[in-house]
Design a protein around this ligand. Structure first.
Ligand code: ATP
Length: 348
């Protein structure tokens, strides 16, 4: 199913939760909606589901209008599946009954039930790795298994669009990583478009074909994970997604000289968005900086905090331009003087 949101906005009383949002989602695409708490992610998802009506604008699914002010196609007519953060399982139903319910609801023809239902249920349970657990009740399942049942229920009736609202946030860190892979695999097997709401940039970067970064009810940037990470277009995206340091300095054509360096340092501006050039800034991700002992030209600083993280160290460095955060395999100690540079390919 393809989806178009055209100029949609949403007001709750006098509060503007969504502001003139435009978004197109292609058939089979995996789109992550990423943003901090309260930015309007769930409101957008609830509008796609049909639980909220837009105050202005229009939503189309496969070129047909499903919502505009005063009209909203009800959720059960939209061919969508939903997965929530709280699994919302039915306590009196076992695993296979959770999967059977939406199939019966959507495809109640006796011939489908006779010929296809068992096969469909088996294939869905296999897809989510629950084949051996079909008679278990919700209270007999782990958190990860419960979430798999919720996903199985959502995909059972072959929806054209799967809406997921922070589906992994109540699972522990290890399980979250496993479930990311499983959701990717389910997406590949079903080919269903997915709109996946999260405030976790790692999840969005890892799984989505495209990421929509939202802030205060509007879209800051829509792009591939690589472009969002490597080429942020706004200060908010640079900070929220890549935790970038916004180094202040002067732009001369396409070259940047940080104010806190000795004047010999020049960085290339390829791929740096116009916003930063207009505002005398250069976004540098924590993994982009190189750290060395003082002596070469670069930004000079002092280590104010260091954390060992296995593969590398995470540093806070105080420079003339303020605090910088970076990670490096080189080991320095608290209060050491250090020099920050960019890789040679990014310097003049
Ligand atoms: P979170 O990550 O915390 O779930 P979110 O990005 O999903 O946040 P929304 O739930 O979409 O944010 O809420 C966006 C804004 O709209 C918030 O300020 C919220 O308080 C407000 N809001 C949401 N639903 C309603 C409602 N029914 N009535 C009034 N205000 C609402």
């Amino acid at each position: 199913m393809s989806i178009q949101c055209i100029n949609i906005s949403k007001k709750f009383g006098s509060f503007q939760a969504l502001k003139s949002l435009n978004l197109s989602i292609a058939q089979g695409e995996f789109v992550a909606i990423l943003g901090p708490s309260g930015c309007g992610k769930t409101t957008l998802l609830r509008m796609l589901a049909g639980f909220e009506q837009p105050t202005t604008g229009e939503i189309r699914m496969n070129e047909t209008t499903v919502a505009r002010p005063g009209f909203s196609l009800p959720p059960e007519k939209r061919r969508i599946g939903m997965v929530f953060q709280a699994f919302a399982l039915w306590p009196h139903m076992n695993v296979s009954e959770h999967v059977r319910f939406p199939i019966r609801h959507h495809r109640e023809t006796p011939s489908y039930i006779r010929d296809k239902e068992q096969e469909r249920m088996a294939s869905v349970l296999q897809m989510v790795g629950l084949s051996g657990h079909s008679t278990r009740m919700p209270h007999e399942l782990s958190g990860g298994q419960k979430q798999r049942v919720a996903i199985a229920r959502a995909i059972a009736a072959e929806p054209s669009l799967l809406l997921m609202d922070e589906p992994l946030s109540s699972l522990d860190a290890m399980l979250r990583m496993d479930m990311r892979r499983e959701i990717q695999s389910i997406h590949r097997q079903t080919g269903t478009a997915i709109v996946y709401v999260t405030h976790d940039q790692g999840e969005a970067l890892a799984m989505a074909d495209r990421i929509v970064v939202m802030k205060d009810g509007h879209i800051e940037q829509i792009d591939s994970p690589q472009n969002i990470y490597l080429h942020p277009q706004t200060e908010f995206v640079a900070k929220f997604v890549s935790k970038a340091n916004l180094i202040r300095g002067r732009w001369h054509h396409d070259h940047f000289a940080p104010i806190s360096s000795d004047g010999t340092v020049q960085w290339k501006g390829d791929g740096v968005a116009a916003y930063f050039k207009e505002n005398g800034m250069y976004p540098v991700r924590p993994d982009q900086f190189r750290l060395s002992a003082p002596g070469q030209s670069g930004i000079q600083g002092k280590v104010t905090n260091v954390q060992f993280q296995g593969k590398e160290f995470h540093y806070h460095i105080l420079t003339e331009d303020g605090q910088c955060e970076l990670s490096s395999p080189e080991h320095f100690r608290l209060n050491d003087q250090v020099t920050l540079t960019l890789p040679a390919s990014e310097q003049l």
